[in-house]
Design a protein around this ligand. Structure first.
Ligand code: PLP
Length: 458
């Protein structure tokens, strides 16, 4: 096998990584992952690591699923590619479209395939605008999203997203996309109950609609739980109120379920958990458990009726829309999800257990707030705890305490992501109770290391 130093040097010389400061990374070297099995990874130095992030929120079924690689191999041998442009199709794509219609919330009979979540959100922008054009309201093109949302890295995806750092590069957002604040109780809910705050945060949408002009608003897009923004779990009152407001003005709802889809919250789609009746659902990642790139948009009846019913071609698509090999991987992933009753297990057993075990971390002197929903969870690192969650004292962001903690996680054999000083996890859905115990113990050890480090620095 190539030795680690050679791989690191070659990586440094040639490979431009996504979201990486190469100058800061310098010659220190990246960690080279070489193998995965279940919830564990091994790096090139033989170190075993518990993958608390399912790769990048996607390897929901864990690593080393032989039946997925077999399905991929067999499809490669039978028909490695054919497109679905110009009145052609392929067998796995047809079967997957039908399967998705069966497992989607009621009213979703159609799917548009893409190669990724970003492409799926680009598709959403074009699809909702086409919908309103066909309805004879071409002025209705504005899409409302939220700050700190992540909807991908293409021009439209990054514009829909609300990451300031992304907008600052390349003159984003593109015209016709505006943002409201995210429903972050910890940040903005002081003096309110969570339920009151949910209603308040939803009212920011109505303010924006009135500001833009309801006759110009095409759609609202949101992740049921904001993932990359720091696992922001909204109060239970938030989404029903968003739904009410969108219904009032006839605005379409796009639920971006790239992270939350395929069981992560204990429902096949989190829209069902939060009481959202979306018109379009973005999916990717978990649909193939990350084994092969695939994304898409589930198209609800309101949009499908117009898009299909009015005739004419939707001038949009990708070479790899409905790629047979990716669709074969997805069919097998969904089969495993169903056969092993994984979504049900997360809902009824391991999800509540993870919630209970993760909450015990709140007693750590560094942890101000720990919460979870199904198999996503986060905790906030604080300098000093206050009497309520709105009374905590936080670290100077320049100290990058989250990154310090992430470093200890890595060194101790655990992957946990830092979003500022919020530490987040989204582990594979196959985790057992015993593995949850192991993970929580590892997190506690890393918190202790971080605490000791900070104390030493004063
Ligand atoms: N939407 C959400 C909610 C995501 O979390 C992501 C990726 O993390 C995307 C869209 C973009 O998906 P992709 O990276 O497959 O383009």
């Amino acid at each position: 096998m190539d030795d680690t130093k050679t791989m690191q040097a070659s990586d440094h010389a040639h490979y431009l990584h996504p979201f990486t400061d190469h100058k800061a990374l310098g010659e220190r070297g990246v960690r080279v992952m070489v193998r995965g099995e279940g919830i564990y990874l091994w790096d090139s130095e033989g170190k075993k690591i518990l993958d608390g992030m399912s790769g990048l929120w996607c390897v929901n079924l864990g690593y080393g699923r032989h039946s997925i690689s077999k399905a991929v191999f067999e499809q490669m041998e039978t028909l490695p590619f054919y497109n679905s442009f110009f009145n052609t199709t392929n067998v796995p794509a047809v079967k997957l479209a039908e399967k998705l219609a069966r497992i989607a919330p009621p009213g979703f009979e159609h799917v548009f395939f893409t190669g990724s979540g970003s492409e799926a959100n680009d598709t959403n922008v074009r699809m909702v605008r086409r919908y309103w054009d066909l309805k004879g309201q071409p002025q209705r093109h504005t899409i409302i999203s939220r700050f700190n949302a992540y909807h991908g890295s293409t021009m439209a995806g990054a514009s829909l997203g609300g990451m300031e750092g992304m907008h600052a590069q390349g003159g984003l957002p593109i015209p016709g996309i505006v943002h409201i604040r995210q429903p972050n109780y910890l940040e903005a809910g002081r003096g309110m109950s969570e339920d009151e705050f949910g209603i308040e945060a939803a009212s920011w949408l109505e303010e924006k609609i009135l500001d833009v002009g309801p006759e110009k608003v095409a759609a609202f897009i949101g992740e049921p739980i904001q993932g990359a923004g720091g696992v922001v779990i909204p109060p239970s009152t938030y989404w029903p109120e968003i739904q009410r407001i969108c219904d009032k003005y006839g605005i379409l709802i796009i639920a971006d379920e790239v992270i939350t889809g395929f069981g992560r919250t204990g429902q096949m789609f989190a829209s069902e958990l939060f009481g959202i009746k979306p018109d379009l659902i973005t999916f990717a990642k978990g649909v193939t458990s990350g084994y092969i790139p695939l994304g898409g948009v589930l198209v609800g009846e309101r949009v499908a009726e117009v898009l299909i019913g009015q005739g004419g071609e939707f001038a949009h698509g990708f070479t790899y829309s409905g790629h047979p090999v990716a669709c074969a991987a997805a069919l097998e992933s969904i089969r495993i999800l169903e056969e092993e009753k994984i979504v049900q297990r997360v809902r009824e057993d391991t999800g509540p257990y993870l919630a209970q075990r993760f909450a015990t971390l709140s007693d750590h002197p560094l942890v101000g707030y720990a919460n979870s929903c199904g198999f996503v969870a986060g905790l906030n690192l604080v300098r000093r705890k206050g009497p309520t969650i709105h009374g905590h004292e936080y670290f100077d962001p320049k100290l990058e305490v989250g990154m310090v903690c992430r470093g200890y996680m890595f060194n101790n054999g655990m992957i946990m992501r830092a979003v500022g000083d919020r530490m987040i996890i989204a582990p594979p859905l196959i985790m057992t109770r015993g593995q949850i115990d192991e993970m929580v113990a590892l997190i506690r050890r890393c918190l202790d290391d971080t605490y000791a480090d900070l104390k030493q620095r004063g």
